[in-house]
Design a protein around this ligand. Structure first.
Ligand code: DSN
Length: 418
């Protein structure tokens, strides 16, 4: 690997310099975007391996190209480990990433024009949960449920009413910006009542389900669970569709040949590695600590007068209403924190009066910081820095001092693989 980087340095100094710059950035700052993480070093090795050279259209034992003895082995390993980790009957590990994974489910199990009940983007759902700007949003009839204005959480009575009125073929729970856990029992009952497929998009918290710190939708009888592999799971960029055996053939055909050609076998090797790691005692402890850190950070921010959407967190993330808390829109808040190397992302909040590129909040999460070994006392320090910066966005001297402190603090925490 090092030899290859030496070659890169010699033959393409521009890309090499950017790569070294990104390494330095990841080391010197605190990563708080809830969907990001530092992958396992073995995952980086697999991603840069010869598996990237191989075409493997098809599935193990039934491929359209020769030379598959090792690719079959790793894909079988990845599928078997996924089934063991998520306690499910079938796993497809080929989706190239999260959007393809969700599209494969809709296109495999439904007909264009069918109704899907899913969470509205501005209330925490994902683009692929039917945002009107997405292709899926145009191809299917999405009915989008919203959160309850009284406390910002899902109103299950309203979801049920929506389901009874619109009779969806698929009921989807899961989120990209919602700081609460899900009542799977209620969602499953609603799906059953209208005869719909029950699906969870667990992309954000897949690693926490794998590590046992959050509930597993399959324990409540769900039909389909999708998850990306690069967020709380700490794997490569990729996606998985996990489902009941009765849906396996439709899902597999939908992923290939329906939606994709050759799978990325280097990513599948890395997914296999990730899913073995996910079964370790260390990973279970990690998943637990992610939630502890999240709660401590959320409480500490609220103690320092920050307003959080839903008034706290039950998962790995929190959404700060920066307009209500500090009189700053989310873009200014994100840029202010960038100045001290604390990375967050601007975020629309429920019924946001402001546009997506200048929304009213930021999203903060603890998976990456926890990977580096940060614990409760470190979260208190982070809360101090975040609030001080957002209360003093024009104070360049204070920001510069905090930036130095952040860099010194980060020196105590290794980044895996760098
Ligand atoms: N972009 C991801 C996130 O940040 O939540 C979801 O795809």
């Amino acid at each position: 690997m090092t030899a290859n980087l030496d070659l890169l340095e010699k033959n393409d100094p521009s890309v090499f310099a950017a790569l070294r710059g990104e390494e330095a950035r990841q080391r010197a700052g605190i990563e708080l975007i809830p969907s990001e993480n530092y992958t396992f070093p073995e995952v980086l090795a697999a991603l840069g391996s010869v598996f990237t050279n191989k075409y493997s259209e098809g599935y193990p034992g039934r491929r359209y190209y020769g030379g598959q003895e090792y690719t079959d082995e790793i894909e079988n390993l990845a599928r078997d480990r996924a089934k063991a980790v998520f306690r499910c009957e079938h796993a497809n590990v080929q989706p190239l990433s999260g959007s393809a994974m969700n599209q494969a489910v809709y296109l495999g199990l439904l007909e264009p024009g069918d109704t899907i009940l899913a969470m509205d983007l501005s209330h925490g759902g994902h683009l692929t949960h039917g945002a009107p700007v997405s292709h899926m949003g145009k191809m299917f009839n999405f009915v989008r449920y919203v959160t309850d204005p009284s406390d910002g959480s899902i109103n299950y009575d309203q979801v049920r009413k929506d389901a009874l009125e619109h009779k969806p073929k698929l009921v989807l729970c899961g989120y990209t910006s919602y700081p609460r856990d899900i009542d799977y029992e209620k969602f499953k009952d609603i799906a059953d009542e209208v005869g719909a497929v029950s699906m969870t998009d667990a992309s954000h918290f897949g690693g926490l389900v794998a590590g046992g710190s959050m509930k597993n939708p399959f324990d409540f009888g769900f039909d389909v669970v999708t998850t990306t592999t690069h967020k709380s799971l700490r794997g490569p960029r990729g996606g998985m569709v996990l489902c009941k055996k009765s849906l396996a053939s439709k899902i597999d055909k939908s992923v290939f040949p329906g939606l994709q050609g050759g799978p990325h076998m280097n990513a599948i090797a890395a997914i296999a590695i990730t899913l073995q790691k996910a079964q370790s005692a260390e990973f279970k402890q990690y998943a637990k600590q992610v939630l502890i850190n999240s709660k401590v950070l959320a409480d500490a921010l609220m103690d320092r007068q920050a307003t959080l959407v839903t008034g706290g967190t039950e998962n790995h993330m929190m959404v700060v209403d920066t307009v209500a808390s500090f009189g700053l829109d989310g873009r200014v808040a994100e840029e202010t924190l960038d100045k001290v190397q604390i990375t967050t992302n601007k975020q629309i909040i429920p019924d946001d009066p402001n546009p997506p590129l200048r929304p009213s909040g930021i999203r903060i999460g603890t998976p990456a910081a926890t990977t580096r070994g940060m614990v409760e006392e470190d979260m208190l320090q982070l809360a101090d820095w975040i609030v001080t910066c957002l209360q003093n966005p024009e104070d360049d001297a204070a920001l510069s001092n905090i930036r130095s402190d952040v860099e010194a603090f980060c020196g105590r925490f290794q980044v895996p693989g760098i």
